[in-house]
Write a protein that binds this ligand. Structure first.
Ligand code: NAD
Length: 359
């Protein structure tokens, strides 16, 4: 009873026309930012996260505390726990699901392939089954990834491009997720929007990502490994600042449209959409390191090696005109400015602020 009350309080809507959103992966990087932004504008939010140890769980706990201080409950549980999901839908008639829980990272797929199947395939299907049976059915916005473009060499990537050459198991599970969600859309009338995020970075970010681990190593005086692609070309990424991604997530939730099914039965056509959410200005990795050095006021020890062919693609570059047209998506933070905010957060979170050689 106490638990149900907490869930209901967290899902409480504080604006007219607001939504109640189940955010999966709420203790994650993107999930925590999206949850806070929804809550701040008056929407109801309940989080779900399994707090796995793919990276430092204490960072996830810290994000959970931050959310809790804003009145957001993050329920600890796994996407594959159908009973728990059904219980959440019994307590709250969620209007929307923002599905951000996943096994992320391309290289870890070589160490632990089954974790990708567990979260990105089986977990997704479990969630969709519960949404399908819910009454009313929520509309779903979920995170796909720019990695679905794989070894596609036509840039910028547009949503209509081929996505038939995934370069990692991670990419393959995201591509599979697009097929699975499309199926639930046309069979059961679930409204689905897939967002292909392009390398998201910022405060409270993910320690396994390059900008984060580079920062850690530079500050600790350890070398950083920079990959070079074929013909000694530099890898480049369309780095996208978290606040821009959050705006894209909220914009797509607002325009996601109603599901048309009820209790597992379809009534009419519901929207199925896919959008790129990127920054449209790729930066190469050596330049990323230069910017970090400037912000940290510490020189990096560079160790440049040939890319080992472990799932990284040579470059990414988003065409964002579809998201621009659909919900006015317009990224406004460049890498220089965004990394400054990340570094400021990093130094304060890890207690570097009293050191002499860093600001
Ligand atoms: P993250 O790892 O910080 O967040 C994901 C959260 O989901 C974690 O807190 C994790 O504990 C949780 N989770 C994982 N499996 C779960 C399960 N089975 N049940 C319950 N919770 C589970 O990652 P992120 O960077 O915040 O990514 C959010 C989403 O965006 C993911 O779907 C990711 O694949 C996608 N994405 C991220 C990026 C990026 O650059 N950050 C780029 C493309 C796509």
């Amino acid at each position: 009873i106490q638990w149900e009350k907490q869930v209901r309080n967290s899902a409480q809507i504080h604006r007219s026309g607001g939504m109640s959103v189940l955010v999966t992966g709420a203790a994650g990087f993107v999930g925590s930012h999206v949850s806070l932004a929804l809550k701040k504008r008056g929407d109801g939010v309940v989080g779900l996260d399994n707090f796995n140890n793919y990276y430092d769980p204490s960072l996830k706990k810290a994000r959970k505390s931050l959310l809790s201080s804003h009145g957001i409950l993050v329920v600890e549980g796994d996407l594959n726990d159908a009973k728990l999901l059904a219980k959440l839908f019994d307590v709250v008639a969620f209007t929307h699901v923002m599905h951000l829980a996943a096994q992320a990272g391309v290289r870890y797929a070589m160490e632990n392939p089954s974790s990708y199947v567990h979260s990105n395939i089986a977990g997704l299907v479990t969630l969709l089954e519960v949404c399908k049976s819910a009454n009313p059915q929520p509309s779903i916005v979920w995170a796909s990834s720019s990695s679905v473009y794989g070894l596609n060499e036509k840039v910028p990537f547009s949503e209509l491009d081929q996505t038939d050459r995934p370069a990692s198991l991670y990419a393959a599970t995201k591509k599979a997720g697009e097929e699975i969600t499309h199926t639930y859309n046309h069979i059961y009338g679930l409204s689905i929007t897939g967002l292909r995020f392009f390398t998201v970075y910022g405060p409270w970010g993910r320690p396994d990502m390059a900008y984060f681990s580079f920062t850690r190593n530079i500050l600790q005086g350890k070398p950083i490994t920079i990959y070079r692609g074929k013909n000694r070309s530099d890898l480049a990424r369309d780095f996208t600042y978290i606040d821009d991604i959050v705006k894209g997530c909220l914009g797509s939730l607002d325009t996601s449209g109603k599901s048309t099914g009820t209790g597992g039965k379809k009534r009419g056509p519901a929207p199925y959409r896919i959008f790129n959410l990127g920054n449209t200005s790729p930066v190469n990795v050596p330049e990323l390191v230069n910017i970090l050095e400037r912000h940290l006021k510490v020189k990096a020890k560079r160790n440049i090696v040939q890319m080992p062919g472990n799932g990284d693609v040579p470059f990414t570059h988003a065409n964002i005109s579809a998201a621009q047209r659909a919900f006015g998506y317009k990224p406004t933070t460049d890498l220089q400015t965004g990394l400054k905010k990340f570094v400021r957060w990093y130094l304060s979170y890890y207690g570097y602020n009293n050191r002499k050689n860093v600001q």
